[in-house]
Design a binder for this molecule. Structure first.
Ligand SMILES: O=P(O)(O)OC[C@H]1O[C@H](O[C@H]2O[C@H](CO)[C@@H](O)[C@H](O)[C@H]2O)[C@H](O)[C@@H](O)[C@@H]1O
Length: 435
């Protein structure tokens, strides 16, 4: 299958595979992918060990840069004197970027022209794709309208949700039994029963789901479950005094959220204490300038520094330090970045891209010329899936983003409401083409 031959706009995209550094992530923090490791070559034959000292200095620029770039700030809409939106630099940059990654809505006809006579398989990320990003991860609900759109699309195309959340949590949010679910970044897959047992993977077994349906459960990181539990407990304990930090147990991985933590120490923000110290200092300077002033100045200075130190325990570097301290005792775990979240996961060669390949195989849809997989996601972890589709010329990745980002996707959508629009359009197209 050669997607590019039928596909005008995306052919214009840079064909060079994205180097990991182009995604803005320091190479030392990137996902481990052992040279030559292949999907079907036996996942656990060689579990590589991470070198100690991976995050030697969490305060280094690269570490903090990765944290900062993990979720771009919301775009501000500038208005002119007539209250009309005006193009600003960010708009111009976005529109330039869209030449490279055009809107899947604008180019819908091109996508469906290519999909004619093919079976579409749909893969959807959850947070930021089906539900908007919100401050509290426990409240990232999808709208009823979105749920209805996903339900309808799943009637026409095999549809799977692939999320960083635990399988149970994402199922609870979506609540549609007609879908397949892969939780923990693909490390917990409940999919269709595989037709062939010849190439069955280790760690996969048949079971029944909550509706009593036969399913295939695949958990390539099963042996890490106790370790992840331990790490979750340690991180809850070590971050408990950092205001706004939240640790989430995603079964085979742990998410440490810093969205609600102050980025850096902000003098005078929460530092009433510093203001107080300063008032006292001024008073002293006015009234007792000659006696003991030197001693007082020193004592002021040390108290000031101590307060500053206490505040520094409440910032992003403090969160990073906690993760670093825990990770150094677990060489078989690694770190990835999501949207204002640090994710600790097993160092196995498995990701959302592998999960897509696995699900296509399970559905009997791999290596078929007449199958068009489409993956929609917003996160860095979705890049693994985009890459699998792009590199094999197998299907389309669609990045959900309102700001320019380096990506392996072919198309873009601005936000979850556009994702819903796209899903509805797919249903309409399928219905009209079946007439
Ligand atoms: O693969 P996904 O389904 O996109 O899951 C990735 C992570 O999503 C969640 O965190 C993100 O969304 C939260 C709710 O909008 C937001 O508060 C947080 O800042 C984002 O990082 C989820 O909580 C994580 O466990 C997932 O790994």
């Amino acid at each position: 299958m050669d997607l590019k031959s039928n596909h005008a706009a995306p052919v214009l995209t840079d064909p060079t595979p994205l180097s990991k550094s182009r995604l803005g992530v320091p190479s030392s923090l990137l996902q481990y992918s052992p040279p030559g490791a292949a999907f079907s070559a036996g996942l656990f034959l060689t579990i590589p060990r991470r070198k100690a000292g991976l995050l030697d200095d969490v305060r280094s620029n690269s570490w903090l840069d990765a944290m900062k770039s993990s979720s771009p700030p919301h775009r501000k809409i500038t208005k002119d004197v007539n209250n009309e939106p005006v193009a600003n630099e960010a708009d111009i940059a976005y529109h330039t970027w869209m030449v490279k990654y055009p809107s899947a809505l604008t180019y819908f006809e091109q996508i469906t022209n290519y999909a004619k006579g093919k079976r579409i398989a749909l893969f959807l990320d959850y947070d930021g794709t089906l539900s908007p990003i919100v401050d509290n991860p426990d409240c990232a609900f999808m709208s009823d309208a979105m749920r209805a759109a996903v339900r309808r699309v799943a009637k026409h195309f095999p549809t799977a949700i692939i999320s960083g959340r635990s399988h149970d949590k994402v199922y609870e949010f979506v609540g549609l039994k007609e879908l397949y679910y892969a939780g923990s970044h693909g490390m917990d897959i409940m999919g269709p029963v595989r037709q062939s047992t010849a190439d069955d993977h280790k760690n996969g077994f048949r079971t029944t789901d909550k509706q009593g349906k036969d399913v295939n459960l695949f958990q390539p990181a099963a042996e890490f479950l106790p370790m992840i539990g331990e790490v979750y407990e340690s991180l809850v304990e070590s971050t408990k005094d950092i205001e706004g930090a939240k640790v989430e147990n995603n079964k085979f991985c742990v998410s440490v959220h810093y969205r609600n933590v102050d980025e850096k120490v902000v003098f005078f923000k929460s530092s009433n204490l510093i203001n107080y110290e300063f008032e006292v200092f001024l008073f002293y300077m006015k009234n007792k300038l000659s006696r003991g002033s030197l001693f007082f100045c020193y004592s002021f200075y040390f108290r000031f520094m101590f307060t500053y130190f206490l505040l520094s325990l409440q910032s992003w570097p403090a969160v990073a330090q906690c993760v670093h301290d825990v990770l150094k005792d677990y060489p078989r775990l690694r770190l990835t970045h999501g949207r204002k979240v640090l994710e600790v996961r097993p160092i196995i060669n498995w990701d959302k891209g592998k999960a897509v390949t696995f699900l296509l195989e399970s559905l009997g849809l791999s290596d078929c010329e007449d199958v068009l997989p489409i993956y929609i996601g917003d996160d860095r972890t979705d890049e693994d899936a985009f890459k699998v589709l792009r590199e094999g010329n197998r299907g389309y990745g669609i990045l959900v983003s309102a700001v320019p980002k380096e990506t392996n996707a072919f198309y873009s959508l601005r936000e979850p409401s556009e994702v819903m629009e796209f899903l509805k359009s797919l249903v309409m197209w399928r219905k009209s083409s079946a007439l």
